[in-house]
Design a protein around this ligand. Sequence first.
Ligand code: ATP
Ligand code: MG
Length: 449
Amino acid sequence: MQIRLWPRSLAARTALVLLASLALVQVAGLTIHAFDRMELQRFAQTRDIASRAMNNYRSVALALPEQRAAVVAELNQREDLRDGTAVVLDASPPGAELPPTPAPLMRELRVSMQLVPMPQLQRPREVVIRGDAEIARIALGMRLLDGRWVGTTMPLPPVRPWHSLNFLISFVVMTLAAALLTLWAVRRLTAPVATLAAAAEALGRDVNAPPLPETGPLEVAQAAAAFNTMAARIRRFVQDRTFLLTAIGHDLRTPITRLKLRAEFMEDDEQRRKMMLDLDELESMVAATLAFGRDIAADEPVSAVDLTELARTVLDETADAQPEMTEKLVYQGPDHVTVRARPKSLKRALTNLVANAVKYGGNARVVLAAPVNGSVMLLVEDDGPGVPPGELERVFQPFHRIETSRNRETGGTGLGLPIARNILRAHGGDVVLSNRPLGGVRAAVSLPV
Ligand SMILES: Nc1ncnc2c1ncn2[C@@H]1O[C@H](COP(=O)(O)OP(=O)(O)OP(=O)(O)O)[C@@H](O)[C@H]1O
Ligand SMILES: [Mg+2]
């Protein structure tokens, strides 16, 4: 599996950037602190070394020449010198076996030695310093007036960048706490984006989806309010259109009835018969329009729908209405595929497609596939004559019927496909028609699961 270095989600990206900066700041802070601390330690160490060596020298220098060896022996006995410090009185300077001392350390030691108070006359005539931090030992030799050397060899432990385990633990705890807080804040900040996306998705499926809560931080509340206003406008737009449609349909009914009455008085029987047929067609179109408007207005609740069961029901009902077709109605697909939908609307959409397949194709085959990528595909196929390629989209226009079927007296109003598409799009899906390579029509329905 490939690990993505640059994640796709906003939360993960923000968290990554913040955590990286936090790490950077912590490392920089820690480094500065460590250097500072090492410098301080080195400073204290040089002061200590210089003053100890100088004090040893002074004790020896202030003693009478014959007592000096005894003083050195006494110094070596002292408690505080038991860390590996050795004082010697010798004819040559100490630390010949040690490497030379680096110049900066040497300079600091000499300066520190000047700070130890001592009568000017007693100050050492000559000073020899050897050893370094690498070998962890240092030797300071000072020459007495009698030509002998007082040497103090002592440990020079390497400076430690960290005070203690406690410091490290508290540093790690602090960093972890900051990281956790960052993650928490990022999650909180980016959550509204996901909520908004989910709300937009829900609105696509259902115009009457509940509004977003207009709470939380100012910007989030404003975004939610804007979204709700937009949803309300869309809702009103749809309602106005539907209302217009049903109002026209409704108002047409009275003139049609009047025309029918008038047609009764027509002299010419043939003309009257044709006029009556036209008016009947007009009447059924109006009725279909009204039914369509009613469907949209009725906001049926969304629930879990088993597509397999729905397809079988539609096919069974078609078989009941046309028993001679029973053999030609087939379902292929899994036993259960559940989607969230408005059951009655979805059934109407599927019924319209199956009715077309039966009416114009002479058979119907519903093929359902298992969901892929959050969407499920349902095909309604027939083995009929198909639809001319130029008409594949036009048949979705209201009242549009292909001339040939009109002549066959199949008696539709041309609302079946537009209604089916309208319903499926309101579910966040769609339906498209295509001609199958070996003849017949395929209506491909897609629905989100
Ligand atoms: N499976 C099909 N095979 C061939 N032609 C089809 C098929 N489905 C639809 N059509 C064509 O598309 C036109 C529009 O179909 P639509 O379902 O919208 O209306 P209708 O079937 O004529 O009337 P209604 O469904 O409202 O009773 C049909 O008149 C028909 O000419
Ligand atoms: Mg139809």
